[in-house]
Design a protein around this ligand. Structure first.
Ligand code: ADP
Length: 169
């Protein structure tokens, strides 16, 4: 398994699957969620609505899959990160579940590569260094996809991931 980080916009990344930091409604939102729906076109939202009608959205830590619409990726996995609320409300376990459940779903769809944004570290306010440690450790514990790319948008996350992936491996 190869793990690397890049800085940029995940909607431009070529990987079999990109992951969306969605919310429980699956109806789109701000941040990376808004960017994915905007770039991916309306079919992604239509598929999300179908899933929502069938199972009532997506719970925190769980993941669902749609096609990639107009994106370079074949599929989008929508997972719901945990909202940081002090740290004693199971936030870390739920964020870990986002990564492990996304990997499992990607494997079921025969993905060779998957790109993750820095789930929960925007509107959901998860501390960036803690979130990165959880992300990297969970990927290393589940080496089931050949290539994992962390797509960092802001400078702070990019710095944290570079330090974690390239200095302490
Ligand atoms: P959450 O609600 O899970 O915190 P956000 O979308 O608010 O989700 O933020 C998650 C991360 O996604 C943040 O680190 C933010 O900087 C980043 N982000 C925002 N837009 C993009 C994008 N187009 N590509 C990749 N990452 C993005």
């Amino acid at each position: 398994m190869k793990i690397r980080c890049v800085q940029g916009d995940i909607t431009k990344v070529t990987a079999d699957i990109i992951v969306n930091a969605a919310n429980t409604s699956l109806l789109g939102g701000g941040g990376v969620d808004g960017a994915i729906h905007k770039a991916g076109g309306k079919t992604i939202l239509e598929e999300c609505i179908k899933i929502r009608n069938k199972q009532g959205g997506c719970k925190t830590g769980e993941a669902v899959i749609t096609t990639g619409g107009l994106l370079p990726a074949k599929y989008v996995i929508h997972t719901v990160g945990s909202v940081w609320n002090g740290g004693s409300n199971n936030e870390e376990e739920l964020l870990k579940n986002c990564y492990s459940n996304s990997l499992k779903l990607a494997k079921e769809h025969n993905a060779k590569s998957i790109a993750f944004p820095n789930i929960s570290t925007g509107i959901y306010k998860f501390p960036k260094e803690k979130a990165a440690l959880i992300a990297v450790n969970t990927i290393k514990e589940n080496p089931i996809i050949d290539e994992v790319i962390f797509v960092c948008y802001d400078d702070e996350n990019y710095g944290v991931y570079k330090k974690l992936l390239y200095m302490f491996v």
